[in-house]
Design a protein around this ligand. Structure first.
Ligand SMILES: *[C@@H]1O[C@H](CO)[C@@H](O)[C@H](O)[C@H]1NC(C)=O
Ligand SMILES: *[C@@H]1O[C@H](CO)[C@@H](O)[C@H](O)[C@H]1NC(C)=O
Ligand SMILES: *[C@@H]1O[C@H](CO)[C@@H](O)[C@H](O)[C@H]1NC(C)=O
Ligand SMILES: *[C@@H]1O[C@H](CO)[C@@H](O)[C@H](O)[C@H]1NC(C)=O
Length: 526
């Protein structure tokens, strides 16, 4: 955001703007924060007071910078350096090891990483909960709503502890487990693919088998690996027997960061709102130097390349494979990269620490976007109708690219086996073959043709929860059912028993009759 806009928002926040409500925020790091920030800025513009409860180890936020939000910094015994090291280690694993080392070793590493992350989350939670002064201050502020991302657990716990209704903003959970099991979002496994399965809504028999298997395995993993230890913690803090999942299910509204331009059609509940692309905006002019470079590409146009805000360097080998491919293109290339300059970098490629990605994708000369497939970047490409070459690296990115491939707007590549020629071929494909551009434009038209813009819908529901102290009228009764009641297994069992009893009696009667008749005929013969 430009300095001037920050200043205006900051002024609005300082002036208090009178009648607005009070919003407490439990943020998640990195791209999750980037997305949430747009909602918070809009809330400030509409006169609400936004307070971010900020653990001091979060990397993306610097509370000393001027900001339209107030910060309640929670000092935690983890440094930003330790946090960065943890992430660096995770990225190295995802980029260079996960698909190369044996599956069981890979699984072990993921479990280890999850354990470390859980440890961090637990430490942060403890710090907030044992800080009586902070809790008292938060309670006294009488917040109207708490906004949280379930990726960083304990937002819902603080909301319950403070007695504030809460709203989630979420992209996905692995296997949609949190939405399905805690939010009771229906997901028929016959046509709703599990997130991270990379399946589409058209599944063969074997794919449906894989889908059900994925759902089941992930549900078991969540229950026993991730949630188990939190259930006791939540019960202790809230002073009544409860579970993490039950507490998460108390979210008034779930703001999902996708929309039907990206999702496959599927059933959803009235308290789920699909607000994908809420951060997208029309392109602004580029910096002068960059605009000149873009213009110098002539009729060939440019390719925009970014692997996202989190992966800023690559090994020499990978960066050279990529640079060599880019140097063979007739297009000019703008590459967001912070690592060492590759030796094979072509004269048509320029490297930048940071790029105005949205403005570049909205430039009329942009022909294609090479992306790691983060939701924010994909939405900017959809918004501007740009075909993509996806190089997914981790988390939901494989799935995101699978969606874009299924909709005909992207070609996917495998980072672990990336070859120079693959990149060249993929780019030629999406640039030369007009079907990719046409599909991207079709998605763009769907995205722009909505009755109410996604950002306005997101803010509407947060304000609704503030005005009505929740949105209980949208809450499905599924929350009160056990899993066997939900699937009517008890009713089926009852009906089955009735049918079995009836058949048993019928068979017994028949046998009895037959035997009697047999005896009578036998007697007659005698
Ligand atoms: C959890 O974090 C603390 C503090 O950083 C550390 O001392 C402890 O060893 C960690 N435990 C695990 C299991 O990683
Ligand atoms: C990226 O940079 C960091 C710090 O400069 C370094 O520790 C790390 O090894 C680099 N990663 C790769 C893949 O080169
Ligand atoms: C595709 O485009 C590239 C340049 O972008 C060009 O060299 C190549 O000949 C084109 N291929 C076809 C089949 O048009
Ligand atoms: C263009 O791409 C579509 C979709 O992948 C494919 O069916 C078609 O054969 C391609 N056309 C050419 C000329 O390569």
């Amino acid at each position: 955001m430009a300095g001037k806009e920050v200043a205006v928002l900051w002024l609005l926040a300082v002036l208090g703007w009178g009648s607005g409500g009070k919003v407490l925020v439990w943020p998640a790091d990195n791209s999750h924060w980037l997305n949430m920030k747009y909602i918070l800025q809009e809330l400030v513009v509409r006169g609400h007071e936004v307070t971010v409860l900020l653990p001091s180890c979060l990397l993306i936020l610097d509370p000393t910078q001027p900001s339209p939000f107030q910060f309640e910094v929670v000092e935690v015994p983890i440094t930003k350096t330790e946090m960065a090291a943890l992430l660096e280690e995770a990225f190295y694993f995802w980029l260079y090891e996960e698909r190369v080392i044996p599956a069981w070793e890979s699984f072990h590493k993921v479990a280890q990483f999850m354990h470390k992350l859980e440890n961090v989350t637990r430490i942060i939670s403890d710090e907030v909960l044992k800080n009586e002064a902070l809790l008292e201050r938060l309670r006294a502020s009488t917040f109207d709503v708490l906004l949280a991302d379930p990726l960083a657990p304990s937002g819902e716990l603080f909301a319950e502890k403070l007695g504030v209704p809460f709203v989630y903003t979420i992209r996905f959970s692995i296997g949609n487990t949190i939405e399905r099991l805690c939010g009771t979002l229906p997901a028929p496994p016959s046509y709703v693919p599990a997130t991270v399965s990379c399946l589409t809504d058209r599944m063969s028999f074997l794919e449906r088998l894989k889908n059900i298997f994925t759902y089941t395995v992930l549900d078991i993993l969540y229950h026993y690996l991730f949630w188990g230890s939190w259930d006791q913690y939540y019960s202790d803090v809230l002073g009544r027997p409860t579970t993490l999942c039950e507490t998460m299910g108390k979210a008034e509204i779930w703001l999902i960061r996708t929309y039907w331009d990206f999702e496959f059609p599927r059933p959803f509940l009235p308290n789920f709102e699909f607000v994908g692309g809420l951060h997208c905006q029309p392109a602004k002019p580029l910096p002068k130097e960059m605009e000149e470079f873009v213009q110098s590409s002539g009729e060939h146009g440019i390719v925009v390349f970014s692997l996202g805000s989190m992966v800023y360097n690559l090994t020499d080998e990978k960066s050279n494979v990529i640079a060599r491919a880019l140097s063979q293109l007739p297009q000019k290339v703008i590459w967001r990269y912070k690592g060492k300059k590759p030796e094979t970098l072509g004269s048509n490629t320029r490297i930048y620490d940071w790029i105005p990605q949205n403005d570049l994708l909205g430039h009329p000369l942009t022909k294609a976007f090479i992306t790691h497939g983060g939701t924010n970047g994909i939405y900017e490409a959809i918004y501007h109708g740009i075909p993509m070459v996806g190089i997914p690296l981790f988390a939901d990115q494989y799935d995101n690219i699978a969606h874009m491939k299924a909709k005909g707007a992207a070609v996917g590549l495998d980072f672990s086996t990336l070859k120079t020629q693959d990149i060249v071929d993929a780019l030629n494909m999406v640039i030369n073959n007009s079907t990719y551009k046409e599909n991207a434009l079709r998605l763009s038209k769907i995205h722009h043709d909505q009755p109410v813009k996604p950002l306005d819908r997101a803010v509407f529901w947060i304000e609704f929860v503030m005005r009505h102290k929740g949105a209980k009228h949208l809450r499905p009764a599924a929350h009160h059912l056990t899993w066997y009641q939900y699937h009517c297994l008890d009713v089926l069992a009852f009906l089955f028993t009735c049918a079995a009893t009836a058949i048993f009696i019928l068979v017994k009667c028949c046998l009895f009759c037959c035997r009697r008749r047999g005896r009578i005929t036998k007697k007659k013969k005698e």
